[in-house]
Design a protein. Structure first.
Length: 258
């Protein structure tokens, strides 16, 4: 099962589960009203208010965190493109005989960096491209160090090597950023609270003789959509939310390496 289908299945499962629990809660509430018409709702408002408040807080917390991490990932793409562009320009300081091979490796390196994220959500293919880029990093670093060993290459050691180091460091930062997510228990709790709130909401609708489908379906659909959007923002490149516009910066950097 693909990650996209998994997220859609979670949202659909949440929607269906909420519909079922809304109906179940309504029937439980009607039974309690028949057994105790006067006291069936005693204290229920306090419990429902606490559960719905916690649900709202958890939705706000998870959405805010997902949006923040999404913005961070976009910013890191910009930083990597700038770091690669700076390092490439500083190759001009190295001795001329060493420059052609390094420039070619830079072009290959940028291509692998583009492919790492283009291959997602195929994790195996992305890891293979990441391994290629790591190997090219080592080769670029070794050749740059060798080219800057001469006494006359002092400016290269001061300017080129720090730029290469920054280019390599941002790779690790981006890789870890893709793996930075809240604990899975947070998402389990979010879906669990949505289901629990459906049971309570259904019980609160027990007074009506007819079902209010606009409220039932609207509540379940809204919550399922919220769950899907949170997951989609938290795991970009897997669902509908993508980062192609920012990836274009690396494509432009590669195009400038003629």
């Amino acid at each position: 099962m693909s990650y996209t289908l998994l997220m859609a299945s979670l949202a659909a499962g949440t929607f269906i589960g909420m519909l079922v629990l809304l109906e179940l809660g309504r029937r439980i509430g009607q039974r309690r009203l028949m057994m105790d018409p006067d006291g069936a709702r005693a204290g229920a408002g306090v419990v429902e208010g606490a559960v719905f408040a916690l649900l709202g807080l958890l939705i706000a917390f998870t959405f805010s965190g997902a949006a923040s991490r999404f913005d961070t990932r976009r910013q890191l793409i910009v930083e990597e493109a700038n770091a690669i562009g700076t390092a490439y320009l500083r190759l001009d300081i190295l001795p001329p005989p060493a420059q052609p091979a390094l420039r070619e490796k830079f072009r290959q390196y940028v291509e692998t960096r583009i492919e790492v994220y283009r291959k997602l959500p195929d994790v195996s293919a992305a890891r293979a491209e990441l391994a290629k880029s790591s190997k090219l990093q080592q080769e670029i670093w070794s050749e740059a160090v060798a080219a800057s060993q001469a006494e006359s290459a002092q400016p290269a050691r001061v300017l080129v090597l720090p730029a290469l180091n920054a280019m390599i460091d941002i790779t690790s930062t981006r890789t870890m950023a893709t793996r930075m997510h809240p604990p899975m228990i947070i998402f389990v709790m979010l879906i669990g609270l949505a289901l629990a709130s459906s049971l309570l909401a259904g019980s609160g609708m027990a007074d009506g003789k007819e079902r209010s489908w606009i409220h039932i379906v609207g509540f379940a659909a809204t919550m399922a959509l919220a769950v899907y959007v949170i997951l989609d923002i938290e795991f970009p490149r897997i669902g509908l939310i993508r980062l192609e516009e920012f990836d274009r910066m690396l494509v432009d950097v590669r195009a400038s390496m003629q």
